[in-house]
Structure formats: structure tokens, C-alpha cells
Design a protein. Structure first.
Length: 434
């Protein structure tokens, strides 16, 4: 058994009594009241999910296992010459809450490589899809096609005990995650590069191998490491994470659950937002008519945008009330690696001007940029100019946190999710307006 899995087993045994005690002794403790607005408004802000892998604080941003993004990047081990830690080291950390040594991270890397080969039938499935299929439909199809490989489904059908559900779930999660870079890069090369597939390099880590299979030179390997970690987890309330938790709660295996979450991520209000922001920014630049993007020029253009009834995409967040730390991490990368890139210079100036404009406008609860305001420019700079592929990148990252999450869901025996619904008439009666 690998040191990661043994550490995870120990963590599970230590954690289970905490969940048992809460249910047995404190299950009637109230966490808040649900309002009519929350019932109609998508259950926003209702505290009814448990996620230990990450927490989204309105004023701090995302914390992974209690650590901020800068703390996470600083703590995790890096290979010599790399600016960002490996996905493998982050997988160890998000599963266990412990910072791995470089040796432990390399052990996970070796384990991933053993699991990374994608079944040939997956390539047949992808090649059989219509040429105009969306990359996210292809990505979801590839994942669910591999359901026949599920270790959990087989073990469950053989009568596995409930307290051991986490073990084959961990195996499925690790098998799936190890294959996602190859699948993602294959979709990109098949759809956008004339089908000229680049085989994996067994000497490279998760991020490095992805960059290699995409056909993009360094430092795109560090872009991949940074991007996948930043997008890995966002507690469980967002559509993709919640969908994966929900589907897995029915004891559907991780292949079914992840495919379902990828479908949710494909929505314009969720994962497609990065694509929409970049399209808008490029149109915004065209609207400047060649003017130098000075502060005054950008301010006037932003006001024109708002006064025309449009929004400034990439600004605002359902929870955050400050600049998204994921935005700042990517901004720091841009300032180091592409400070003079014209597209980045415009995005940077918008960042300096837009919050003030939005505050003055007065209709934005949060005038600060979110992760999507910065994501696309980096991909565009390194030659990934196909908007529709961006959410596949998001999906590879999001799989890390969500697969860790459902492994823990199984370890702690969380039940099937089944909230109660009310009719509109019941809400009117509660409001005294029936």
C-alpha cells in the first residue's frame, strides 16, 4: 500500500468518531434559518453541506485544507527549476491535509504513471463523435465511457461493507485523475490540431506531461500546475462540485459522478465564464479603436458598457467580497512572464479601474475580479486560442478536489442527498400573502 493511501486510511479512522459524535449528540443544533429568498434563489447561502477539503471565506478567498493559496504554493514541495508544486503533491495534501515531502510527492507521481494509460476504446468513442462536438461533451463522454473500469462498482456488487466504500472509491478517483491530462490533451489535438496526437512522456509529472501532450513549451508546464491547483476545489456549493457530491451520494461510482459534474461545469454561468470574459475583453479592445488603454480611456469605456445595460464580466462573485486570490495568483504569473503582452496590459488596467467604476455605479455587491477575469489571457498568450477548450482545463483541475471530496464522503458514510421541496402556495402561506 502506498504511503498516501496508508496516511489517508489513518486520517479516516481519526475523523470518523468526530462525524459520529456530531450526529449522535448534536444533530438537533440549528445552523440557521432558511428564507423564502434562499428557497427560490437556488439555496444560496444555506449551510447544509460538509466539505473538509476546502472552505470559501468571503474576505479571504479559498482555503485548501486550512491554507490560503499563497500558503499552499509556498508549503508544497517543488522539483528543481519549477516555480509551482506538482499536482501530485497537491493530491496528497488535499486528501490528507498533510504537506508531503518531495519523496512522497514523487511516489504519488510514480503511482499516477502506472495508472495513466487510457483504454483504446476511449479514443474510438472520441473519434466517433461528430467533428463539431463541444470539447466538454467529448470530455464528459470519455469519462463516462470508462465506467466499465470502476473498481467501486465491482466491489459494491460483490457485497463490500459500507465502512470500506472509501477504498475502491479512492482507487477509482486516482485511476481517473491520472488519465485526465491524456484525455484532455487528446481532445485538444484531435479537434484543433488536425488529429496530430502527441504521446505521453513517462518521465514527466502531471503538469509537465500535459504541456508536452498539448505541444506547448515551458513554462506552460508551470501554467498547467498552477491552473489545475487553483481550479481544484471551491467547497461543495458550486454547480460542478455539488453535482459530483450529489450523484456520488446515490453510490454512483466516480466515473458517473465526475461526468455529471463536468456537464454542470459546461454551463455559461459556471465554467464557461472564462471563455465569455476573454471574448468580451477582446471585443472591448476593438471598441477602443486603437486608443492607448490609459486609465481615463478605460474608465470611459467601462462606463459606456454599464450605461448600455451590459455588465463587466469577470467581476463579482457569489461569495467573495474581495479580489479573488486565484485572480491574484494568475496576475502574478502574468507580471513575471508576460508583463508587456497587450492583452494583459488591458486586463491589468481594467483591474485597476473597474472596481472604482463599479462602486460608483452602485449595483454590484462585489466590485472585485474573480478567477475568470484573468484565466483566458494566459492560455491565449501560450497559443491555446480555442475558447471552447478552456473549460476542459477547468474540468481537469476541478476533478482533483471533487474526487478527493467524494472519497471522504464515502469514508464518513454520508447518506444520499435528499432535500425537501415546498410549493409556491406553501411559500405564500408562510409569507402571509396567500
Amino acid at each position: 500500500m502506498s504511503s498516501l493511501k496508508e496516511t489517508l486510511r489513518q486520517k479516516i479512522e481519526e475523523h470518523r468518531p468526530r462525524t459520529t459524535r456530531l450526529l449522535k449528540e448534536h444533530s438537533d443544533v440549528k445552523l440557521g434559518e432558511v428564507t423564502i429568498g434562499q428557497a427560490i434563489g437556488g439555496a444560496r447561502g444555506v449551510r447544509c453541506l460538509v466539505t473538509d477539503t476546502s472552505y470559501l471565506d468571503p474576505m479571504e478567498g479559498i482555503r485548501f485544507r486550512g491554507k490560503t493559496i499563497p500558503e499552499t504554493f509556498a508549503a508544497l514541495p517543488k522539483e528543481p527549476g519549477r516555480d509551482y508544486p506538482s499536482v501530485e503533491s497537491f493530491w496528497y495534501f488535499i486528501l490528507t491535509g498533510e504537506i508531503p515531502t518531495l519523496e512522497q510527492a514523487q511516489e504519488v507521481e510514480a503511482d499516477f504513471k502506472k495508472r495513466a494509460k487510457v483504454p483504446e476504446y476511449v479514443w474510438d468513442v472520441l473519434r466517433a463523435l461528430p467533428e463539431d462536438s463541444h470539447p466538454m461533451a467529448m470530455f464528459s463522454s470519455a469519462i463516462v465511457a470508462m465506467q466499465r473500469e470502476s473498481v467501486f462498482a465491482k466491489a459494491y456488487n460483490e457485497g463490500l461493507g459500507k465502512m470500506d466504500f472509501w477504498d475502491p472509491t479512492y482507487e477509482d478517483a486516482t485511476n481517473l485523475l491520472a488519465k485526465l491530462p491524456t484525455i484532455g490533451a487528446f481532445i485538444y489535438r484531435l479537434k484543433f490540431k488536425g488529429g496530430k496526437i502527441i504521446d505521453p512522456d513517462p518521465n514527466l509529472d502531471f503538469g509537465g506531461n500535459f504541456a508536452h501532450m498539448m505541444g506547448i513549451d515551458a513554462p506552460y508546464d508551470d501554467v498547467a500546475r498552477m491552473y489545475f491547483i487553483l481550479h481544484s476545489d471551491h467547497e461543495s456549493g458550486n454547480v460542478s462540485a455539488h453535482t459530483i457530491h450529489l450523484v456520488a451520494s446515490a453510490l454512483s461510482d466516480p466515473y458517473y459522478a465526475l461526468s455529471a459534474g463536468i456537464n454542470g461545469l459546461a454551463g455559461p454561468l459556471h465554467g464557461l465564464a472564462n471563455e465569455n470574459v476573454l471574448r468580451w475583453t477582446q471585443g472591448f479592445i476593438e471598441g477602443l479603436g486603437g486608443k492607448e488603454p490609459t486609465e481615463d480611456v478605460i474608465r470611459e469605456a467601462l462606463w459606456d458598457t454599464l450605461n448600455s445595460g451590459q455588465v463587466i464580466p469577470g467581476y463579482g462573485h457569489a461569495v467573495l467580497r474581495k479580489t479573488d486570490p486565484r485572480y491574484m495568483s494568475q496576475r502574478e504569473f502574468c507580471l513575471k512572464n508576460l508583463p508587456d503582452y497587450p492583452l494583459f496590459k488591458v486586463i491589468s488596467m481594467i483591474y485597476q479601474v473597474a472596481p472604482g467604476v463599479l462602486k460608483e455605479h452602485g449595483k454590484a455587491a462585489n466590485p472585485w475580479p474573480n478567477v475568470d477575469a484573468q484565466s483566458g489571457v494566459i492560455q491565449w498568450y501560450y497559443g491555446v486560442t480555442e475558447y471552447s477548450f478552456y473549460t476542459v482545463l477547468f474540468g481537469i483541475g476541478r476533478a482533483i478536489g471533487t474526487l478527493a471530496n467524494i472519497t471522504w464522503d464515502r469514508a464518513l458514510g454520508y447518506p444520499i442527498e435528499r432535500p425537501k421541496s415546498l410549493t409556491t402556495a406553501m411559500l405564500e402561506e408562510a409569507a402571509g400573502i396567500k
